[in-house]
Write a protein that binds this ligand. Structure first.
Ligand SMILES: *[C@@H]1O[C@H](CO)[C@@H](O)[C@H](O)[C@H]1NC(C)=O
Ligand SMILES: *[C@@H]1O[C@H](CO)[C@@H](O)[C@H](O)[C@H]1NC(C)=O
Ligand SMILES: *[C@@H]1O[C@H](CO)[C@@H](O)[C@H](O)[C@H]1NC(C)=O
Ligand SMILES: *[C@@H]1O[C@H](CO)[C@@H](O)[C@H](O)[C@H]1NC(C)=O
Ligand SMILES: *[C@@H]1O[C@H](CO)[C@@H](O)[C@H](O)[C@H]1NC(C)=O
Length: 525
């Protein structure tokens, strides 16, 4: 029985040409001229598109139901802000036709795509597609193009991976920067095409993953729904990667400044130790189930709230399900975003009915998986698919679904900004503001006043976006910089890496401490 899988769909960075890549604060952001109120149109329908995402806890991610080809063939894809290619599983992929491989990878194919049955299919490049993810999964095959229907609209002739070899039975919908595509021949990807084909005016989308216990969340292309968050959106620059003096945007990463934890009732707020005067780049990755912190920060957090790391069997960190229900962890990001993660979103009861799967040394009679993990321990896990030699601690955070559920996140890939606000969980109303092409970035809109109670379903908003303010945040003033090093030596066991070094690691400046992506599609059953 497969009870819960943990996926990590950050695409492994293949910086084939450059030895060193820095992630730093982009300090050269242009001045914002200030948004004209008439550039916003409230409740627009023509140029925003919403897709419901199924919160599949057993599948470890959020799934969109899309349709590929003519006539359309339904595909269920994991939505992934940590990678940049859309790919589908070929009808005759190795995994789909081999029960041996299905047993080996513990996965089988659900929806597949058959190009012979589509009149709009085109081959782009034979064997051009090859992607590896940090959890050790990957796929390869051709690049093709075909019509792609999502969120009630159709993107024509979208270039996609067509996976004939795969260790995953479900395709991926990568929506990060095209610079991180798993090919050197960069092409306009899904979010680029949304804009280039005139469906949306600017390359931006808003992600609302919603409560851990809710069955669904949503992604809104080209707009912001002010009923889905509380208070003001706080905008921050996306951190630039620089290679050989040239800046570029590759990861959807922002600055994590500090964290505090409240362990329980009547306890003081505990400040999690951060390396002195250092910002931590944090990738906001919807394709990663849990959230991962650099080892020293993770240890400080775990100590403060009594979480236990199983160093013997799994490398995973657990927490007492019966602990205080008012435990919370608060993250401060960018230039003033504060996101509170309550116990209900980070104490994960994924062992219901399979208590015998909990490692025997875990000291809780009722153990839950903790929403934060140590990037170092996870990587040294016995389940890791990544060579142990490339593993150590780091100065880098990966904030996955256990963070994103508590936030409303607006990703603007045109202006290279992300805006965050506390999520208004289980919101049933909506007030969509369309984003128009503008050099002034994400507007500082105001959401609802407080968390709507689950009983309230009337859902009228009194502080909706039609009165959205037009202030913009200042540009980054911090200095934090870390260096990303592409290591040609690192490899993923069992995966072919036919282009570039194939697999990247991150390293702190000076390369004293190599920081790698971790692996381990942990299947807790
Ligand atoms: C959730 O994901 C698992 C694993 O991919 C899959 O077997 C299952 O059918 C999915 N459930 C739903 C409701 O989509
Ligand atoms: C699909 O088309 C290819 C070449 O066009 C052919 O080799 C293959 O046999 C076809 N498969 C099916 C199922 O028709
Ligand atoms: C959201 O809804 C789920 C059930 O669908 C419920 O378990 C959860 O407590 C609700 N969250 C809030 C904050 O009301
Ligand atoms: C939100 O922004 C408006 C306009 O900038 C400001 O007046 C208000 O105080 C802010 N609200 C909060 C909760 O910060
Ligand atoms: C850096 O750029 C210079 C000038 O464009 C070039 O000569 C050099 O080879 C580059 N170095 C690397 C490591 O790419």
């Amino acid at each position: 029985m497969r009870a819960a899988s943990v996926i990590g769909l950050l695409a492994l960075f293949s910086a084939s040409a450059s030895a060193f890549v820095e992630i730093g604060i982009n300090r050269l952001r242009s001045e914002h001229p200030g948004l004209q109120p008439n550039r916003l149109r409230s409740r627009a329908t023509a140029s925003t598109y919403i897709e419901t995402l199924v919160n599949n806890v057993t599948g470890g991610g959020y799934y969109a139901s899309v349709s590929v080809g003519t006539p359309g063939q339904t595909q269920t894809l994991v939505i992934d802000t940590g990678s940049s290619d859309v790919w589908v599983v070929a009808y005759d992929a190795d995994l789909c036709t081999s029960s041996l491989l299905q047993r080996k990878y513990g996965d089988s194919c659900s929806d597949t795509y058959n190009p012979n049955k589509s009149s709009t299919y085109k081959l782009v490049s034979s064997n051009g597609f090859d992607i590896s993810y940090l959890d050790g999964t990957g796929s390869s095959g051709d690049y093709i193009s075909d019509n792609f229907e999502v969120a009630g609209t159709t993107v024509k002739s979208l270039q996609m991976g067509y996976a004939t070899q795969t260790v995953r039975g479900t395709g991926i919908m990568g929506i990060s920067y095209s610079a991180s595509e798993s090919t050197e021949n960069i092409y306009p990807n899904l979010i680029d095409q949304f804009q280039e084909q005139g469906l949306i005016s600017t390359k931006a989308y808003s992600l609302y993953l919603n409560d851990f216990r809710s069955e669904s969340g949503s992604i809104l292309f080209g707009g912001i729904d002010t009923d889905k968050f509380i208070g003001n959106l706080s905008t921050m620059p996306i951190l630039q990667t620089t290679s050989n003096g040239t800046g570029s945007y590759s990861f959807l990463a922002v600055a994590l400044n500090s964290m505090t934890a409240i362990p329980g009732p009547g306890t003081d707020k505990y400040s999690v130790d951060f390396p002195s005067s250092q910002l931590i780049p944090a990738i906001l990755d919807s394709g990663t189930t849990l959230s991962y912190l650099p080892s020293d920060i993770a240890e400080s957090l775990f100590d403060s709230i009594g979480a236990y790391t199983d160093e013997v069997e799994t490398g995973y960190t657990f927490i007492d399900c019966d602990g205080p229900s008012d435990l919370s962890v608060t993250l401060s990001l960018g230039e003033g975003a504060t996101i509170v993660l309550p116990a209900s979103q980070i104490v994960l009861d994924v062992f219901a009915g399979i208590q015998d799967q909990i490692p025997t040394n875990v000291p809780f009679s009722n153990a839950c998986l903790f929403g934060f993990q140590d990037i170092g321990s996870a990587s040294s896990s016995s389940l890791s698919a990544i060579a142990a030699s490339s593993v150590s601690s780091s100065t880098y955070a990966l904030l996955g679904d256990t963070f994103l559920r508590s936030a409303y996140a607006v990703y603007d890939l045109t202006n290279n900004e992300i805006a965050l606000a506390q999520s208004n969980l289980n919101s049933t109303s909506s007030n969509v503001v369309e984003l128009e092409a503008s050099s002034s970035g994400i507007p500082t809109l105001t959401g609802v006043k407080s968390q709507q109670t689950s009983s309230s379903s009337s859902g009228s908003s009194t502080t909706g976006g039609s009165s959205g303010s037009s202030t913009t945040s200042g540009s980054g003033s911090s200095d934090g910089t870390v260096t990303v090093t592409a290591s040609p030596k690192a490899s993923v066991a069992g995966l072919s890496t036919s282009h570039g070094p194939g697999f990247g690691v991150l390293a702190a400046a000076g390369a004293a401490c190599v920081l790698s992506f971790f692996g381990g599609a942990l299947i807790l059953a």
